[in-house]
Design a protein around this ligand. Structure first.
Ligand code: MOS
Length: 717
């Protein structure tokens, strides 16, 4: 297939095609389906960090109005939870997933230990509060002690998360350096906190199971739940047309999905499980608390001689989850000597999981803050230092980039921001009582592609339906894929309906890792091209409608499977960006305001500049939250997040939003996919936190080596 030529629809700022459904409330989210006879569940969470359930008193709850069943390890069916070689294709790579109601063990505070099912949510919640549980506690491990860190398992290492990686000789590179920095950074545990809580409705029809679920990958939910219950994948259907934000928390199934299916089985009714905001802090994953040490060495001219980066991240005891935290150390800059070491610190906690830019944003935070410290030590401009060490190829793999316009990102963003006005010495810019700081950082996020399938049906009335089992958690997939189809079919956007979020649709990969547009978009483009060829083979002239009618057809369908081409193996692909930030700090009050942010991005061809900008400003605000607000406050006495609510776990709101300037530099990546696009999602949160941290140093002259940076860190001089 050739790249679509200059087209009418691709590249246009089309408004979201699902916008009207969302703003009028007709878009249905998982918890909003109402199958006949729907019953409601309330999950009971453990209140100790480790031990066993000694006694469980459900008698009062069972007698309460509307209660249909109380399920726990005492009466739940024994489930097969198939062996690890049949593990579903998502993280974690090793360990044993949490099994629901299969024994009396408590592995972390907040673990689901029972569920009440009733005719109404209120009755279920009331009865859940009347369940008495007595525990035998054992000594928990609830502190984050990096000294206890261990390397990831062999399976995890094989899955691309090794304990050690690099090239050359890190120690020798450091020894030969004229200038070095050796710094340690800490990042808080963060939670996704999507607006839509996780929810599942399970409905059995004989041995067939339908799940209405909040999911970034409906076909994986089928695989995982088939694995838990030991039933054929063909017996399970997962429906998820709308997702109210997820950011990685809905890439895999969590215990409540299994609980919903168990509860529906035991009551013979469809059952809804909707987690409370508090439960979201321990019933789904989170970005792990991570400590990193970065050592950089540079020659007198600023060339890097060594990058050594170590990370220690928290992990659950029962399953293993490791991040790609140290990948930026290997790929962001040219450097002959790189050494990374990754350690997991087991704790009695629920398992962490991917969260927006998983691993990469964490590693980039430390790397890009350390680069700023190196620039100060060398007395060179931070942008100049990065240009000096530009990676012309991916030095981790030795492969050329399929496209790279990072230099244009630095140049464009610096120009738009007015970086030239920056006075290099910290504490030298002021407006009134505010210290002013300018900071910047590089953004990088690998661009990947996976096989995908799509079906297109043209109708004699001149409309078309495009079908594939993708998700849209909010980035605008409904819209961008509709635009691609409109272009290929030569139809207006309004004539196309895009159906997604149903596991029975043609195969689509995970809606994560910024791969959906290039993967699913390529399949849709090919399916459209195939149906167009079929149309052209028909006799007759004129419009689609006329051609179909002339041939006595009411519809014409075609399918396609699109896979990454062989040439993708000869290149490394990545999105790039440069982020510039201005902060204002009042040391008397400890207040810190991000005044403005400028980002310039190389994301390949932009399919829709309006929703692309929305992705970028959303990512920037995610990064602002990371830098200044987001932190789970963990109390080791209880092994528990104490601020498990949106009043005390702070996220940025509109009032925190600065002026946000987004530019896409000219770029096209036809190696990665025929559309010329690269993923545009996670790149937007990358680099934001270190740019802010670097600006805070420039404003105040004091280096904050942890995020979030808060007023108490800044007050006083
Ligand atoms: Mo993203 S963490 O791949 O949803």
């Amino acid at each position: 297939m050739n790249a679509p030529a200059l087209s009418a629809v691709i590249g246009q700022p089309v408004s979201r095609v699902d916008g009207p459904a969302k703003v009028t409330g007709t878009a249905r989210y998982a918890a909003e389906f109402v199958p006949d006879g729907l019953a409601y569940a309330s999950v009971v969470s453990a209140t100790i960090p480790r031990g066993r359930i000694r006694a469980l008193d459900t008698s009062a709850a069972e007698g309460m109005p509307g209660v249909l069943a109380v399920v726990s390890h005492r009466n739940a069916p024994k489930l097969p939870y198939l062996e690890r070689d049949q593990r579903p294709p998502v993280d974690p790579k090793s360990g044993d997933q949490l099994r629901m109601f299969q024994d009396d063990k408590v592995l972390f505070n907040g673990q689901p230990v029972a569920v009440v099912i009733a005719d109404s949510q209120q009755e279920a919640d009331a009865a859940a509060r009347c369940i008495g549980i007595a525990y035998d506690e054992t000594e928990p491990t609830t502190t984050f002690d990096p000294g206890r860190g261990r390397p990831p398992s062999e399976e995890t290492a094989k899955g691309g998360r090794p304990g050690a990686a690099g090239r050359g000789d890190g120690a020798a590179g450091l020894a030969e350096a004229a200038t070095t920095v050796d710094v340690t950074y800490v990042q808080a545990r963060e939670h996704h906190n999507a607006i839509e809580p996780h929810a599942t409705i399970a409905q059995w029809d004989g041995d067939s199971l339908t799940l209405y679920d909040k999911s970034q990958w409906v076909q994986n939910v089928v695989v995982e739940i088939a694995h838990v219950f030991g039933i054929e994948a063909g017996k399970i259907r997962v429906i998820s047309p709308f997702v109210g934000g997820a950011f990685g928390s809905a890439l895999r199934t969590w215990p409540h999905v299994t609980i919903a299916a168990i509860a529906a089985k035991m009551t013979g009714r469809p059952v809804r499980v909707e987690l409370s905001r508090r439960q979201l802090y321990h019933s789904v994953g989170f970005r792990p608390h991570t400590l990193q040490r970065v050592r950089l060495g540079a020659a007198p001219d600023g060339r890097l001689t060594a990058i050594l980066q170590d990370a220690a991240a928290q992990v659950a005891t029962y399953e293993e989850y490791a991040e790609t935290t140290l990948q930026p150390a290997e790929t962001t800059y040219s450097c002959p000597n790189v050494a990374t070491a990754y350690r997991l610190v087991e704790m009695d906690t629920n398992s962490p999981c991917p969260m927006r830019g998983p691993g990469i944003v964490t590693g980039l935070y430390a790397l890009e803050a350390a680069m700023d410290e190196l620039a100060v030590a060398l007395n060179v401009d931070p942008v100049a230092l990065r240009l000096k060490n530009h990676a012309d190829i991916n030095e981790k793999t030795g492969l050329p980039w399929s496209s790279k316009a990072l230099k244009a990102c630095y140049e464009t963003a610096a120009e738009r921001f007015g970086w030239a006005d920056r006075i290099a010495a910290p504490r030298s810019m002021r407006i009134g009582t505010d210290l002013v700081g300018y900071g910047m950082a590089t953004a990088i996020y690998h661009a990947d592609r996976a096989p995908a399938e799509a079906e297109v049906i043209l109708f004699a009335n001149g409309t078309a339906v495009v079908r594939t089992a993708a998700s849209d958690m909010g980035p605008g997939t409904y819209t961008s894929i509709t635009q691609i189809a409109a272009d290929e079919l030569g139809l207006p956007v309004e004539a196309i309906r895009f159906e997604l979020g149903d596991s029975t649709l043609p195969m689509a990969p995970v809606h994560g890792g910024s791969i959906t547009l290039v993967s699913v978009g390529s399949a849709v483009a090919e399916a459209c091209a195939a149906v167009r060829q079929k149309l052209e083979a028909l006799t007759g002239e004129g419009s689609i409608a006329e051609r179909l009618r002339a041939n006595g057809l009411d519809r014409l369908a075609a399918s396609a499977k699109a896979s990454p081409g062989e040439e993708t193996k000869r290149y490394a692909s990545s999105a790039f960006g440069a982020v510039f930030v201005e902060v204002r700090v009042d040391e008397g009050l400890g207040t810190l305001r991000v005044k403005r942010m400028t980002g310039a991005y190389d994301v390949g061809r932009v399919i829709n500049p309006k929703i692309a900008r929305s992705q970028c400003i959303g990512g920037m605000m995610g990064g602002l939250g990371m830098a200044l607000m987001e932190a789970a406050e963990w109390d080791p006495r209880f092994g528990k997040v104490m601020n498990a609510n949106l009043a005390e776990y702070l996220v940025p709101v509109c009032a925190d939003t600065p002026a946000l300037d987004v530019t896409f530099v000219p770029s096209e990546d036809t190696v990665l996919n025929p559309l010329g696009a690269k993923g545009l999602a996670e790149i937007a949160i990358c680099g934001v936190a270190p740019a802010i941290a670097n600006a805070v140093f420039h404003a105040t002259g004091r280096r904050q080596r942890h995020i979030p940076i808060r007023p108490e860190d800044l007050i006083g001089t």
